[in-house]
Design a protein around this ligand. Structure first.
Ligand SMILES: Nc1nc2c(c(=O)[nH]1)N[C@H]1C(S)=C(S)[C@@H](COP(=O)(O)OP(=O)(O)OC[C@H]3O[C@@H](n4cnc5c(N)ncnc54)[C@H](O)[C@@H]3O)O[C@H]1N2
Ligand code: MOO
Length: 407
């Protein structure tokens, strides 16, 4: 079998991960304000109607609609402010001064906006006709008690926090965050902040990886920079497996003389699969070490970004109890030709924009997997499918807009 015939397609690799891993089930209750970005452990139903009572959508006067014809004069018999309801009842010929959010007084069935009235002392003259229900927010018109507002496995967004607050819910049961240990390998690497000697480069992958993980409510254990030394790599793996649910390494997964990461993993644990028909990212390795999942990212910086984004992200989200995430996909017109050989799915760094009626995608900069600035200058991946060949300008292409990990 040729080497290429052994490469897994990306969809097969994702399916293999989905079938192999089981979501973690440890849960914890957290105060609402700390629940952002965490995964809801339970379905939550609205405990009450929102709004809880009929109230005014405008500053004006609560009236009986049939009584408030253009030119009618209505006596002001009291006022209703938010938090200070009017205790009496509106009868024909009367109205109540009312502010936005205040409870609708008994008897009223509409609110006339202040700007559509003229007031003279204790009465108003209506300036435009009304119908029943005008400018009123009915009880339960936002949410009704019993309605599902949060699904189990949903990652909580800012507005979900607000929604829960609007229900009076102060604590949420969420899945515990995953712990991910990460380290870089490579004798050429130097941490930022130190001077470079000839032949050295800065370790950027460990920083990119941690920054991307920070978008997923993950407890990160930074195990630093490890030399191209199998013993040092093995010792770091052992340290990682004691504390992490997932180990993410950078580099050492190809076939070079100093590529030890995968080799050491094979000795200490198991490799489930290695090499994926994708570009960049081909030498990505996935395996297990004790109870810890192992993701070996290729060292080339763009390959590390793409594999973390496309393969490790769904794994982490699924493990954390989230529903298996499906990427947002657009179809756009290619603005330029793109060179591509069938055999690997190609994640070209691109720019997606709306030009009049047309959604257009253009590759940006160098497509070499060492050129990290190509990701910095892009807002999407243009995904050229595995079996696809060259793309001509004007052809339709699949576009994956950058998600929360890349924005
Ligand atoms: N004969 C072959 N050579 C290579 C193959 C192959 O199939 N046959 N695959 C190529 C592909 S594709 C990739 S991607 C790389 C992956 O290599 P490794 O994962 O073993 O990583 P290294 O060789 O150590 O490094 C590759 C490249 O990335 C730079 N690097 C590494 N770590 C970092 C870091 N933390 N921050 C920034 N840059 C980093 C490193 O200096 C190298 O330039 O292998 C190809 N070769
Ligand atoms: O993953 Mo490698 O990028 O294809 O250079």
């Amino acid at each position: 079998m040729s080497d290429q015939a052994r490469w897994l397609s990306l969809p097969d690799a994702l399916e293999a991960i989905r079938k192999t891993v089981s979501p973690h089930t440890d849960q914890v209750t957290v105060p609402l304000i700390h629940a952002l970005d965490k995964v809801a452990a339970q379905q939550i139903a609205a405990p009450l109607d929102v709004p809880g009572y009929d109230n005014s959508a405008m500053d004006g006067y609560a009236v009986i609609a049939a009584d408030a014809n253009t030119g009618s004069t209505l006596e002001i018999i009291g006022e209703a402010l938010a938090g200070h309801p009017f205790a009496g009842e509106i009868k024909a010929g009367s109205c109540v001064r009312i502010m936005t959010g205040a409870m609708l007084p008994a008897g009223a069935d509409a609110v006339i906006m202040q700007e559509q009235t003229s007031s003279s002392g204790q009465s108003i003259v209506c300036g435009s006709p009304l119908i029943e229900g005008d400018n009123i927010r009915l009880a339960g018109s936002d949410l009704t008690a019993g309605e599902t507002i949060i699904h189990a496995g949903q990652r909580l967004r800012p507005v979900d926090i607000g929604l829960l607050a609007s229900m009076g819910i102060a604590e949420v049961m969420v899945n515990k965050p995953l712990t991910v240990a990460t380290f870089s390998t490579g004798d050429e690497l130097v941490p930022p902040g130190q001077p470079l000697q000839s032949g050295q480069i800065y370790d950027s992958n460990r920083y990119t990886i941690q920054a991307m993980l920070s978008r997923l409510d993950i407890d990160v254990v930074d195990l630093g920079l490890v030399r191209d030394d199998p013993d040092a790599i093995a010792a770091t793996f052992k340290k990682a497996m004691e504390q992490a649910d997932v180990i993410i390494t950078s580099a050492g997964v190809s076939v070079g003389d100093a590529d030890y990461t995968k080799e050491v993993m094979e000795q200490l644990g198991e490799i489930n699969f290695w090499k994926i028909a994708m570009k960049p990212g081909k030498p990505f390795a996935f395996g297990k070490l004790g109870n810890c999942w192992f993701c070996g990212l290729p060292g080339n910086p763009v390959a590390a970004v793409v594999t973390l984004n496309q393969i490790v992200q769904p794994l982490l989200r699924y493990l954390a109890g989230e529903n298996w995430p499906e990427p947002t996909v657009y179809r756009a017109v290619a603005s330029k030709p793109m060179r591509k050989k069938p055999g690997r799915a190609d994640f070209q760094r691109g720019w997606l924009e709306q030009l009049g009626e047309r959604l257009e995608a253009s590759p940006v900069g160098s497509q070499s997997s060492g050129v990290l600035s190509s990701v910095a200058n892009a807002n999407c991946f243009i995904l050229l499918e595995q079996d696809r060949g060259n793309v001509e300008a004007g052809e339709i292409v699949t576009v994956l807009p950058f998600d929360r990990l890349l924005q």
